[in-house]
Design a protein around this ligand. Structure first.
Ligand SMILES: C[S@@+](CC[C@H](N)C(=O)[O-])C[C@H]1O[C@@H](n2cnc3c(N)ncnc32)[C@H](O)[C@@H]1O
Length: 319
């Protein structure tokens, strides 16, 4: 799979190239496009300094972001106002950012250096099977769920997937700041800028994940835009592939129609079954669904109702 290069919007990806190369990032083998835009999928990647590639209006903001980034490395949380992004990105349009050719090419040492120290060659504990990402937060937004989950499952690696570049940068800086101010903590969470609707199989092997999260996904109200929704029967095939048998998909929204849509897709898919309410009551993750993320907090502040659907990946006879 190659990286498309259509819109010319993504000056961040190309602008990183020089800087990442100078800082020695981007060592993992990636496809041809990755050669041209090496290594900006890692948490350790910095914001671009190639201001000549950007429209004038974004230059000042990004230099503020560079300052914010330096602060996050010293433990100060980034400020959202330096990471303004458009409200939505079209998940069906082409963007260009680096993607691993296959899950084996995902560079764990960039994202989780605590678990994969330099020289470990991507293996965490001697001859033990390599540790892999187990939780995926799809459309992670500003990263609140990752931050909430991290201390609950300190040994589980978690990855946020986010389409908007500035929002992804914010999450990276947020994690770096949390790591700097809480040594030894928040080492198990990271984020990639990617389009999960296109590239999920590039990140996860069959049965790799134990939890997937879809919290307050974009509703795409108009019927002609329903194909942009991040839950659909077709995409559930991919999610079923990436989830282990017994793995769980958590969804929540404040849009009733979308809640019905997600539930009915899950209900109609032969590889998922609803998790019983009594199990949800004792699942520590469930409390976070409505409270941990920025969207969830906004909905709660406004007294909005939420609609949750939590389903388990089941085994088919022939599997
Ligand atoms: C409404 S926000 C919710 C963010 C977060 N889950 C929360 O609850 O605060 C939806 C997020 O999904 C991201 N998104 C939409 N489509 C995506 C895709 N195909 N791949 C990755 N992220 C996507 C958007 O950029 C946006 O940040």
């Amino acid at each position: 799979m190659s990286i498309s290069n259509g819109s010319g919007r993504d000056e961040v990806a190309s602008g990183k190239e020089g800087r990442d190369a100078r800082e020695g990032f981007g060592g993992s083998p990636l496809n041809h496009s990755r050669q041209r835009h090496p290594g900006n999928h890692g948490l350790s990647f910095a914001l671009t300094t190639a201001s000549q590639n950007r429209p004038r209006s974004t230059v000042a903001m990004s230099s503020n972001a560079d300052t914010a980034q330096a602060k996050s490395r010293s433990g100060r949380l980034p400020r959202k106002r330096f990471y303004r992004a458009r409200a939505h990105s079209n998940p069906l349009s082409d963007s260009h950012f680096p993607i691993p050719i296959s899950p084996a090419d995902f560079d764990y040492s960039h994202h989780y250096p605590y678990f994969f120290p330099p020289g470990s060659g991507g293996r965490s504990d001697g001859d033990a099977p390599p540790r892999k990402v187990r939780f995926a937060d799809i459309g992670c937004g500003f990263g609140g769920l990752l931050v909430g989950l991290s201390p609950l499952f300190p040994d589980a690696l978690m990855l946020g997937m986010e389409l908007r570049d500035k929002v992804t940068e914010y999450v990276k800086e947020r994690i770096l700041a949390l790591r700097a101010s809480n040594p030894g903590n928040y080492e198990n969470i990271s984020v990639v800028r990617t389009n999960s609707m296109k590239y999920l199989p590039n990140y996860f092997e069959k049965g790799q994940l134990s939890k997937m999260f879809f919290l307050f996904p974009d509703p795409h109200f108009k019927e002609k835009n329903h194909r942009r929704r991040v839950i659909s029967l077709q995409l559930l095939d991919e999610y079923a592939y990436a989830l282990e048998v017994g793995g769980i998909i958590y969804t929540i929204t404040d849009v009733e129609e979308l809640g019905d849509w997600m539930r009915s897709c899950l209900e109609d898919h032969p590889l998922f079954e609803a998790v019983p309410e009594e199990e949800l009551e004792v699942d520590p993750v469930v409390k976070l669904l409505s409270s941990a993320t920025e969207e969830g907090q906004k909905v709660a502040r406004n007294g909005g109702e939420t609609f949750r659907a939590v389903y388990r990946r089941i085994k088919l006879e022939e599997e």
